[in-house]
Design a protein around this ligand. Structure first.
Ligand SMILES: C[S@@+](CC[C@H](N)C(=O)[O-])C[C@H]1O[C@@H](n2cnc3c(N)ncnc32)[C@H](O)[C@@H]1O
Length: 263
């Protein structure tokens, strides 16, 4: 019997991996990884380790979720030490629970290694504190992957003052998100930002307000992955944006767009 480690790879920069993640990567027989895991992180695996890409993009579902879970079970029953590597933290919009549920059903030993979630990593690298004693007392993480345009989110709660909203997977829905927040009472002057490729050399931060962020973002032609941060804390990035993307230009910029599945 092998074992599976469900490992968070952090937001992109390899130095943001946990030590536990790096150690397990160096010991694994097989790495099963997603689109948001950069090539430099995979280099920490043993050269002989098998690498299996199961990533998804909006348009291109490489391997359905059930098959990913079945693959993990099969590999572990084969006696392999498997690292299931996912971007950010596996339990935050990562479907990590679904994958380990199947392992539990089959009695396969597993562990979960937390990662720096996009909200924490990207806010730090964009110079945007998610909470601030004078400005925001809570943070809400939501998915912007809207099923029917507006109905999915609790807009009245999200529009309340004194908080910061972080929207994952929200680029396509950005105009709707800004419009609904304003319609539910958030001032159109509220500061907001979209961050592309946070923590990587290709990081770009577009700031604005709920009134103009969607237009500014469209003009900037940002590409996924992007994270939206909404709240007055965004104004602080003018003075706190310490990160100069070029300083770490040794880190490969490319996100693996699509890779063959080696099952
Ligand atoms: C399926 S969710 C996975 C989130 C992940 N489990 C985490 O904890 O960060 C993918 C979304 O995370 C956000 N994201 C992840 N890494 C990012 C990065 N480096 N820059 C900007 N957004 C990122 C984007 O909104 C992307 O669409």
């Amino acid at each position: 019997m092998g074992r599976v480690a469900l490992v968070g790879a952090g937001p992109g920069h390899p130095d943001l991996l946990t030590m536990r993640a790096a150690r397990l990567l160096g010991e694994a027989d097989v790495i099963v990884y997603d689109r948001l895991v950069g090539p430099q992180i995979l280099e920490l695996a043993r050269p002989r380790a098998q690498r299996i890409y199961v990533g998804k993009s909006t348009a291109n579902h490489v391997l359905p979720q059930k098959e990913i879970s079945a693959l993990l079970v099969r590999l572990a029953l084969d006696g392999k030490r498997v690292v299931r590597l996912k971007g950010g933290d596996p339990f935050i919009f990562g479907r990590g629970a679904e994958e380990i549920e199947m392992l539990a059903v089959h009695g396969i030993p597993f562990e979960v290694v937390p990662g720096i979630t996009a909200a924490a990593g990207i806010a730090a690298y964009a110079g945007i504190p998610l909470t601030h004693r004078d400005i925001a007392h809570s943070v809400t993480l939501v998915t912007g992957h809207l099923q029917d345009e507006t109905a999915d989110l609790d807009w009245p709660a999200l529009a309340r003052p004194g908080q910061t909203l972080v929207v994952y997977m929200g680029l396509l829905g950005l105009p709707v998100i800004c419009r609904e927040l304003v319609a539910h009472g958030m001032p159109a002057t509220t500061a907001a930002a979209v961050v592309q490729h946070g923590t990587l050399p290709t990081q770009r931060v577009i700031t604005g307000t709920l009134a103009d962020l969607a237009e500014r973002t469209a003009d900037a032609r940002l590409v996924a992955p992007t994270l939206i941060i909404i709240g007055e804390v965004v104004r602080l990035c003018g003075t706190l944006d310490w990160f100069q993307p070029d300083v770490i230009s040794e880190v490969a910029a490319a996100w693996p767009e699509s890779r063959p599945v080696i099952a």
